[in-house]
Structures are given as C-alpha cells and as structure tokens.
Design a protein around this ligand. Structure first.
Ligand code: C2E
Ligand code: MG
Ligand code: MG
Ligand code: MG
Length: 288
C-alpha cells in the first residue's frame, strides 16, 4: 500500500510493486535476449480427423527454454510479450518457424499458428504473413491462423477487412476457444471462419455434465450447417473421444492423442492412425 514519507508525499509504489516491476523488466529483457540466443522453441500438437483417424494438422505452440528456469509455458510469458510489444517479433518468429518446419511434412498435413490480438491490430499484419509465406515458400493453403473472439471486439469493419485479406492469401482462419469469453453468434455471420475450436472446458466436463454434451453437439451442428469444421480441444480420455465423435465434431486435439512435442517427434507420428496404438499417437508412452 502507498505510505506517507516524512515530507507528506505519498509513494505510488510499494516495495512489493517495485520488485514486481523489476521482475517484469528483467523478464522482458530476458525475452528479447532469449530470442536472439535461440531459446524459443515451437512444439506441435497433432489434430486428428475423426473421420479418417489420421493426423490432418498440428498446432504450433511456443515454449521458452530458459537457461535457469527450464521450459517455460506460454501462459507465463505471452501476456508480458503482449503488453510490451515483444509479441510482434515473437509471433513473426513462430509463424516463420512453423512454416519452415511444416515444409518437412507431407503436403496433406497442415499447420495452425496462434495470433495474438495485439498482432491482429498491427497494420502490417497481412504484409508480415505474406512476407513469411514468400520467404519460406510455404503453400498458404496449408496454413491456418487461430484467433480468439477477443480480437473481434472492436472495429468490425476493419477486422473484417483484415480477415478477408488474410484469407485472400489462401490460408484459413480458426476461431479458438470457442464458447468462452464474448461468444456471440452474430460473429459467425459477420466473419468468415473456416473452423471453430470448441473450448477445452466443455470437453473436460463431457463425461459428467449432460449440458456440456448438449453444448458440444450444438456447436458441431452449427459448424456443419455453416460449413465450418469443428475441432474438439483438450480430449484426454477414450470416453471424451467417443462423446465428441457422437456429438458430430469433425476433428479433435488433446493429450489423449499426444501432448505438444518437438518437431522431430511430431514427424515420427505423422501417418499413424489413432487406432494403431489405442488413442495415443505418441511414440513414447502417452502423457496423462
Ligand atoms: P490454445 O491456443 O488454446 O492452445 C491449446 C492449449 O491447450 C495448449 O497449451 C495445449 O498444450 C493445451 N492442451 C492441449 N490438449 C490438452 C489436453 O488434453 N488437456 C489439457 N489440460 N491441455 C491441453 P499451451 O501450449 O500451454 O498454450 C496455452 C496458450 O498460449 C494457447 O492456448 C495460446 O492461447 C497461447 N499460445 C501458445 N503459443 C502461442 C503463440 O505462438 N502465439 C500466441 N499469440 N499465443 C500462443
Ligand atoms: Mg490455439
Ligand atoms: Mg484453444
Ligand atoms: Mg487458449
């Protein structure tokens, strides 16, 4: 809390706040330094077609291999990267890495990359994506960009234009974490999405809550009627898999098949069917 010092002036920052601020500054400096030192890695989590049971794509998920702190998950640095603007450099790096990596995969395996709302607001986003596609010579049709509903909150006309320009490059757009946050069905009318990713929270409760099944089934039906694919996120068990199939989802992603893994490991999974080894696609033992 703010304390009066001897002269009756109030300090704005408590010692704790000063420490936090310093930690954030250090972390930011570490990030900017770390990207130059090659400390960031992109891991890949397979997305399975529920029709063919084969890997049709993978989601690129960034990690930071910190020299002292080990592998840091994105939740611990993406928010700060967004606040400080570092996300632009990081996001571009992830996109380029993902396109480059996916060049190693069969042509029918696509890659999806998360876009931060902050990146989405950059006026040069479309040019950046175009440049990366040209530099890597990656086929745009194999690229999907994932955005969340928070991206679409303001400025509809401008957002619509960005989405249309991105799609005119040949790539597809997925709406991530669908069903949470500001879900509003009129987004689906206004914006051209190719895929809805059903948020993990609904999948998690499938076994215990009939209303979660009703929601997943309704989203799957909505997607089908609007000609969008639907991906069930966070499938961890055989029962959940059975239920998302029953609900009519077209694709699925989750620890049941595989956690996100380094690129070399992902490559060894390609071509496997989920039925080959129960649900797990992983070459190692499946993670919980
Ligand atoms: P997301 O885009 O919704 O990604 C899915 C997250 O769910 C990943 O967490 C993934 O590891 C996790 N997940 C997948 N299957 C399961 C499961 O069966 N059970 C559970 N409990 N979790 C599962 P991760 O990799 O920690 O990423 C968290 C979030 O960080 C992502 O959520 C995304 O919003 C953000 N993120 C990750 N990489 C990037 C990136 O390159 N750029 C941006 N802007 N955001 C990123
Ligand atoms: Mg995502
Ligand atoms: Mg998601
Ligand atoms: Mg998320």
């Amino acid at each position: 809390q703010a304390k009066a010092d001897g002269k009756g002036v109030y300090r704005i920052f408590s010692p704790q706040m000063e420490e936090d601020l310093q930690n954030r500054r250090n972390l930011e400096a570490d990030m900017r330094h770390g990207i130059k030192l090659g400390q960031f890695e992109v891991h890949y989590q397979p997305q399975i077609s529920l029709k063919t049971r084969k890997i049709v794509a993978s989601e690129a998920l960034v990690r930071w291999r910190h020299p002292e702190r080990g592998l840091i998950p994105p939740a611990e640095f993406i928010p700060l990267a967004e606040e400080t603007g570092f996300i632009d450099a990081l996001g571009k790096w992830v996109l380029q890495q993902a396109c480059q990596d996916a060049l190693n995969w069969p042509e029918d395996v696509r890659v999806s990359v998360n876009l931060s709302p902050v990146q989405f607001r950059q006026t040069d986003l479309v040019d950046t994506v175009k440049t990366v596609l040209e530099l890597t010579e990656f086929d745009a049709r194999r690229l999907e960009l994932e955005i969340t509903e928070s991206v679409l909150l303001q400025d509809n006309a401008a957002n619509l234009e960005v989405l249309n320009r991105l799609r005119s490059l040949g790539l597809t757009i997925a709406l991530d974490d669908f069903g949470t946050g500001y879900s509003s069905l009129n987004y689906l009318q206004r914006f051209p999405f190719d895929k809805l990713k059903i948020d993990r929270s609904f999948v998690r409760d499938l076994e215990n809550r009939p209303d979660s099944f009703a929601i997943v089934q309704s989203i799957a039906t909505l997607g089908r009627n609007l000609k969008m694919l639907t991906t069930a996120e966070g499938v961890e068990t055989q029962t959940q898999l059975d239920l998302v199939i029953k609900a009519g989802c077209s694709e699925s992603q989750g620890y049941y098949f595989s956690p996100p893994v380094p690129e070399t490991e992902f490559r060894t999974m390609i071509g496997r069917k989920t039925s080959d080894v129960g649900g797990a696609l992983n070459v190692r033992s499946p993670k919980p």
